[in-house]
Design a protein around this ligand. Sequence first.
Ligand SMILES: N[C@H](CCC[C@H](N)C(=O)O)C(=O)O
Length: 261
Amino acid sequence: MQLKFYKYQGAGNDFVLIDNRQAIDYQFTKERVSLLCDRRFGIGADGLMLLETLEGFDFKMVYYNADGNEGSMCGNGGRCIVAFAKQLGIITDTTKFLATDGVHHAKISADGKWVSLQMIDVKEVTRDGDAYVLNTGSPHYVRLATDLAIKDVYNEGYAIRNNAAYKADGINVNFTEKTDVGYFVRTFERGVENETYACGTGVTAVALAMAKHNNQFGTISTPIKVLGGNLNIRFDHDGETFSNIFLEGPADLVFDGEITI
Ligand SMILES: N[C@H](CCC[C@H](N)C(=O)O)C(=O)O
């Protein structure tokens, strides 16, 4: 059978999107998803998403990591699926959808290429040595770094993701460095098991962790540069809770096609 797919990217974090409103008679097993996401044997992507119908919501987002495991929340994927919903004519400029971590609201520009996505509130930020650990829909480790442009993110990220504390459940590892206007971030992603060009829940985690690190309170806006582009995080911090968190950035359709499955 032929599977119609759409390939999107948000700041270089790329995804296969499938319109599953008609509930395709096909099991998206771990093996099948990892093959579809394989850059040599398949379409190639950091993750795969199904857009499904759900009463009370514009749609439901089902997210799989490139290794085929059903993942936790994906921020850039969330932004891309909002752009996909607009392209399909399901939404116009605002939306409410359900993802694995709960309800998300988002806004999309008239040209469909810029998405502001509300993320879940965050209350708990813990420490692991000099790093910060928090869950922004997915679990993240955030550590300040120097000379980030030439850092060995793959090997250092791999070592942290696979150490005794994180090996079983995995974690996404973010390294960050201050820039003139905000932060530069590079991320080793669980489920891709490699560095990606951007990670939405990861840059969100960095923005929150740095607000805590720098004792910043009130309404904060943090521009973040990643390998694949630029993102912005807006949020409120009252000293205990991070709320009204918005991840903002580009989302683009790259191509669409059909693949024999
Ligand atoms: N790329 C994603 C993160 C996917 C989450 C995944 N790597 C996991 O924790 O299972 C993002 O933009 O937030």
